[in-house]
Design a protein around this ligand. Sequence first.
Ligand code: HEC
Ligand code: HEC
Ligand code: HEC
Ligand code: HEC
Length: 347
Amino acid sequence: MVRIFNHIGVDAVNVGERDLALGIPYLKELEGKYNFPFISANLTDENGSPIFKRYVIKNINGKNVGIFGLMGDMSEMVGKVENATGGTVKVQDVIEAATSVLAELAGKVDYTIALAHQKTNRDWVLARRAEGIDVIIGGDDYLKTEDPKKAGETLMVRAGEKGQYQGLLEVTLNGGKTAENSLIPFGDKIDDDPEVKQMLNEYNDKIVALYGGGSDTQSDATAAPVALRASSCEPCHTEVVQKWQASDHAKAYSTLVERSKQFDPSCLVCHTTRFEQPGGFTMTRQQPELMNVQCESCHGDATNHLGSMQPIPVANPPIEVCIKCHTADRCPDMEENYDGYWQKIVH
Ligand code: HEC
Ligand code: HEC
Ligand code: HEC
Ligand code: HEC
């Protein structure tokens, strides 16, 4: 990620609690290798000294822009920071830290940006209590703001989760300050940057080599073919199994393999059968019989139904089962168009 940030030319990265889990020395080492700083105005060591640059000033089109970073100071977040750092990193009061940075920046900059790693409701508090922030770019709670919120003169924007959108804030400083925000979805209409694509491919291939190269996994092409779990239903539910085989659910695992993503738990959870549940697919074992979204992804563990003809756990899977995988960000029309989806996999 750091290589990619560097390539796309980010100006600063606000430190989050998961970054801290990498250890301060490693973050510093990365900073030395690349062209942008990690910043935080309220993460300090045990003596209260800042660990990272508190802010940066960038000259953009002749105007000076002050960018500072903040970590949420609610107890849940503070606990996460303590866990990640063994208590060596302290989270100072957000409002006090912001106020002190703003005082330092006063007169030196034309525009101030706070990168705030905290929940949206805390941005309102920050905007109201630390005066002089032009825009708060928020993270942490995955929300997105099509229409930026405004508290007094402070704009608050968020660009959603998983890199699905680019947030673009166009600011005009011409006597006054005007800003226009848009969220640009990274859909099929935007080509991949070839160099970023290359970096991602290298990363994915490394992961596949790391986990797929071992002798105790069955993932390589030479492994003996093992029948899918669904084939055990075939003698009695022949037609259903045939219909399933023709559906996209039957190719969900190969979709990952095509992208070298079959060792990414954050993909496997929806593209395999009963991922990490008892008797289900696991990332390290890569059981061929449990690849894809099979019958038991919707009907539950069929072991007793198979072994002693007990009723299947979920005879008529409700829409809630689908939505666990067909999340609103992927399939926003699932609820209103359930029949449309069901017709494609009807059995
Ligand atoms: C030996 C035959 C047999 C096998 C093998 C078998 N089933 Fe069944 N299944 C049945 C019978 C018989 C019923 C109907 C039972 C009933 O109505 O109580 C049934 C019912 C079901 C139902 C619907 C329940 C309902 O009440 O409408 C589902 C879902 C189901 N099976 C899934 C599976 C899955 C998944 C597999 C494979 C993992 C499987 N079955 C394997 C015989 C089998
Ligand atoms: C365990 C996760 C999971 C569950 C549960 C699940 N799906 Fe899917 N579904 C997927 C995945 C993954 C794909 C994409 C497969 C691919 O193309 O690689 C998919 C694809 C589909 C498709 C084809 C894509 C399209 O838009 O035409 C339909 C239709 C579908 N699912 C319907 C359903 C319905 C209806 C339910 C609930 C009864 C359901 N799914 C439950 C994971 C799931
Ligand atoms: C929360 C469940 C979930 C997770 C996690 C998930 N997917 Fe999916 N994926 C789906 C569903 C559901 C679909 C079908 C979407 C649709 O109908 O548009 C799908 C579709 C896809 C498709 C399109 C398949 C096609 O042929 O059109 C690709 C590619 C894909 N997923 C890759 C991934 C990768 C890579 C990851 C991990 C980074 C991942 N998915 C994580 C649920 C998930
Ligand atoms: C994506 C989720 C999903 C998958 C995968 C799935 N089913 Fe179903 N299945 C359903 C739903 C939803 C229903 C209930 C339909 C209804 O209420 O009429 C159903 C109904 C059934 C029934 C009862 C049909 C009837 O006529 O009463 C059987 C039997 C069954 N499934 C077997 C299977 C078998 C075998 C597989 C694997 C080859 C499978 N299902 C895969 C969602 C799924």
